[in-house]
Design a protein around this ligand. Structure first.
Ligand code: EPU
Length: 434
C-alpha cells in the first residue's frame, strides 16, 4: 500500500493547472448512457474513481475508448440494467446510474450503496423523486428494483433535512430528459457540477429550463443524441491549492479556475486576510500568502452557493494554525470530522461540540504518522503536513487518489518535499502495531 512522506515547512510556489472536476465527470459519464450515439467527454481527470466509473459502465455494455489526453468516448449502443453490489459499494456515486437506466430502459436494478465513512448517506430523496414520476420501487436483498414502465413527468419537491441533493437532482434530471411529459423539480441542487451536467444534457438534445436555479423544468424528449462536452474545472481541487498557499505562506498561480464557483471560500479567505486575485486571464488566479497573518473565521458548510462541505476539512487545517478561536460547523454531513483526531495527533487544539469543531490555533503543528480516512480528510492531512515542522507519513492515500489527479507530483513541482513510498519503507517507529 502506498504512503506519502512529507517534510513540512516549505512554502508552495509556482503555477499549477487545475484538473477537470471529478464530481462533474462522474454523473456526466452516466449521462452518456442516455443515448446509443457516441459522446466525447473532455477535460476528464485521471483518477481512480473515474477509472472505476469506466469499468461499471463497460460492464453495463458501453464501449469506452480514449479520445485524446484526458478525453474519453463513450458509446452505449447496448445497455444492461443491473449494477451489482460489488460495483456500487466501491463507489457510492454509481447510484447516479439509476436515472439514465430508467430514462433509457425504463427499468433498473441497482444495489444500495451501504455505509460511508463521512456519515449516513441515504438515497431516500432519489427514490422519492423517481416514485413521484410513477416508478414502482421494491427493495429486495440489498437491491433497488425499479420498474419505470409507467413513468411520466410530474412535480417533485426534492429538498431534504440537509437541503438539496446533488446526485439526487442529477439522477432525476437524467431520467426526466427521456420521460414523457413535464417534470418540475423544486429545491433542486444548483452546484456547478449539476449545472455542468445539465449543459451536457442540453447539448444532447434535452429540454431543460432554469439551469443553475433551484427550480428545474424538464420536458421529456423521445431520444437524445451524441455530443462533445468539456468538464468544468474542479473547484474543490482549486480550493485545496488555494488553502495550501495560505497554510504554507506560499505564492501560487492557479490555471483553469472558475472564480465564480469559489465565492464562499474566497469570501472567507478575504475575512481571514488572504488576497486571491484574477491574474490576467479570466481562468487564472494568484494567491499570495507570503505575508499572511491569518485571522480566525467561523465557517458553516451549506449547499451551493454556501461554503462547500468538500472544503471543510482543508479549512480546519488552515484554522488549526491560525491564532485565535474559530468555529467550523458542518451542516451537510454532521459526522464528517474524521480528520480531527489526526490533526490532533499533529498538535492541533480542536474540541468537538456536536457538529462544530472549535479550533484554537496553535503556532506550529508537528509532523506525525497519520491515517487518511476519506478523500477530503486526506487533503486536510496533506495541507497540515506541508505546514508542519518535521516529517509526516500519511497512510491510506488511496483515498486521495480517488479525487486529486497526481497530487504528489503537482505538490512536488510547487516545491513541496513530498515522496510517495511503499508502506514498508516507513521507519519502524512509525509503523502501526500489528
Ligand atoms: N441526503 C438525504 N437523502 C438523499 C440524498 C441526500 O438525506 O436521498 C442528504 C445527505 O445525507 C447529505 C445531504 O443530503 O446530508 C446532501 O447530500 P447529497 O445528496 O447532495 O450528496 P451526494 O450527491 O451524495 C455529492 C458529492 C459529495 C459532496 C456532496 C455535497 C459526488 C460524487 N459527490 O454527494 O462529494 O460532499 O455532493 O456537496 O458528486 C467528495 O467529493 O468528497 C464528496 C463526498
Amino acid at each position: 500500500m502506498d504512503v506519502v512522506q512529507i517534510r513540512g515547512g516549505k512554502p508552495l510556489r509556482g503555477t499549477v493547472a487545475i484538473s477537470g472536476a471529478k464530481n462533474a465527470a462522474l454523473p456526466i459519464f452516466a449521462a452518456a448512457l442516455l443515448t446509443d450515439e457516441p459522446c466525447v467527454i473532455e477535460n476528464v481527470p485521471d483518477l481512480s474513481d473515474i477509472r472505476f466509473m469506466i469499468k461499471i459502465i463497460e460492464s453495463l455494455g458501453a464501449e469506452v475508448v480514449k479520445a485524446g489526453d484526458n478525453a474519453w468516448q463513450i458509446r452505449a449502443a447496448e445497455l444492461d440494467h443491473v449494477a451489482t453490489y460489488e460495483q456500487v459499494r466501491k463507489m457510492r456515486a454509481s447510484v447516479c446510474l439509476m436515472g439514465p437506466l430508467l430514462g433509457r430502459l425504463r427499468k433498473a436494478v441497482v444495489s444500495l450503496p451501504g455505509g460511508c465513512v463521512i456519515g449516513p448517506r441515504p438515497i431516500d430523496l432519489h427514490l422519492k423523486g423517481f416514485k413521484k414520476l410513477g416508478c414502482a420501487i421494491d427493495i429486495k436483498e440489498g437491491y433497488v428494483q425499479m420498474d419505470g414502465s409507467r413513468m411520466k413527468g410530474s412535480d417533485v419537491f426534492l429538498g431534504g433535512r440537509h437541503g438539496s441533493t446533488v446526485l439526487g437532482t442529477a439522477n432525476l434530471v437524467m431520467a426526466a430528459t427521456l420521460i414523457p411529459g413535464i417534470t418540475r423539480i423544486d429545491s433542486a441542487a444548483c452546484e456547478p457540477e449539476v449545472v455542468d451536467l445539465c449543459r451536457m444534457l442540453v447539448s444532447m438534445g434535452a429540454r431543460i429550463d432554469g439551469i443553475g436555479s433551484h427550480i428545474l423544468t424538464i420536458e421529456g424528449v423521445k431520444q437524445l443524441h451524441g455530443c462533445t462536452h468539456r468538464v468544468i474545472p474542479d473547484r474543490i481541487e482549486a480550493g485545496t491549492f488555494i488553502l495550501g498557499a495560505a497554510v504554507t505562506r506560499g505564492d501560487l498561480t492557479l490555471e483553469g479556475v472558475r472564480m465564480e464557483h469559489l465565492g464562499a471560500l474566497l469570501d472567507k479567505l478575504e475575512e481571514c486576510g488572504l488576497s486571491v486575485a484574477r491574474n490576467g486571464s479570466p481562468d487564472s488566479v494568484r494567491v499570495d500568502g507570503r505575508d499572511l497573518r491569518p485571522a480566525p473565521v467561523d465557517v458553516i458548510t451549506l449547499p451551493h452557493p454556501g461554503f462547500p462541505t468538500d472544503l471543510q476539512a482543508q479549512m480546519c487545517a488552515l484554522m488549526a494554525v491560525t491564532p485565535g478561536i474559530s468555529v467550523i460547523t458542518e451542516k451537510i454531513y454532521p459526522h464528517r470530522f474524521m480528520h480531527v483526531p489526526e490533526l490532533q495527533r499533529m498538535g492541533a487544539d480542536i474540541s468537538m461540540e456536536g457538529a462544530s469543531a472549535i479550533i484554537k490555533g496553535v503556532d506550529k503543528l508537528s509532523g506525525a504518522p497519520v491515517m487518511a480516512s476519506d478523500l477530503r480528510a486526506s487533503a486536510a492531512l496533506f495541507l497540515a503536513a506541508l505546514a508542519a515542522e518535521g516529517e509526516s507519513w500519511v497512510q491510506r492515500i488511496y483515498h486521495i487518489d480517488r479525487g486529486y489527479e497526481k497530487i504528489d507530483e503537482k505538490l512536488r513541482a510547487l516545491g513541496a518535499d513530498i515522496t510517495r513510498k511503499n508502506q514498508e519503507e516507513m521507519p519502524a517507529h512509525f509503523l502501526p502495531e500489528t
